[in-house]
Design a protein around this ligand. Structure first.
Ligand code: MN
Length: 206
């Protein structure tokens, strides 16, 4: 019988924790918050993108969003599903060495609790695990910059299984005029911008 794979095996296989400051996970130092958490990290790697992560069943289920989240329901944003990350990653901010996987700089651009909005025809909650399997996730994000309902739909655009779309739902958090990705660049953890993190990393290596 094959051993049941850890959900974090892909995450760990990609990284060398002797070289990367990223958390290996499973160390038990994660303090469980009352509600499941989401985080949106800005990640200046080989290309700039935002990583949306949702706490589901003990891991952070993750998508890379090249343009970041929009508050405009008319704007569909490509969201590429990536490997599950450990819960500890929600607090990760810093610099990954250039020659390591995901090398570059990371800030916690937004974070907060979230809740599942998805209901079946009887009005019963559909579990997030099932929503992922169905390729139809609907969540309410309660961040400092991003608030309201968001749908994640596994569109498989171009025949690519991991391609999803992130779409703002029409509610009081919808606003076609806001553009927090460019107007609110500071980390909600430290107040630093991605450029601040880049500069301090360059100072340290100088
Ligand atoms: Mn990333």
């Amino acid at each position: 019988m094959p051993r049941k794979k850890s959900k974090l095996e892909t995450y760990r296989d990609k990284r060398d924790f002797a070289r990367s400051p990223e958390p290996a996970g499973g160390g038990g130092d994660w303090k469980k918050r009352g509600n499941p958490v989401f985080v949106i990290q800005q990640h200046a790697a080989s290309s700039m993108h935002f990583d949306l992560r949702l706490e589901i069943d003990g891991v952070l289920v993750s998508w890379a969003i090249p343009k970041g989240p929009s508050t405009d329901p008319e704007e569909k944003r490509l969201a590429v599903r990536t490997e599950d990350h450990p819960l500890e990653y929600a607090d990760f901010e810093g610099t990954i060495p250039e020659d390591e996987y995901g090398g570059g700089h990371v800030i916690v651009w937004d974070a907060g609790p979230f809740r599942n909005l998805k209901r079946d025809e009887e009005g019963d909650e559909v579990s997030l695990e099932k929503c992922l399997d169905n390729g139809q996730v609907e969540v309410w994000l309660e961040g400092k910059k991003i608030r309201g309902g968001y749908a994640l739909v596994n569109s498989k655009m171009g025949g690519v299984e991991k391609n999803w779309l992130l779409i703002k739902m029409k509610d009081e958090g919808a606003d076609a005029r806001r553009n927090p990705v460019s107007t609110e660049p500071e980390s909600v953890l430290s107040g630093r911008t991605i450029e601040d993190v880049r500069e301090s990393a360059e100072d340290e290596s100088a």
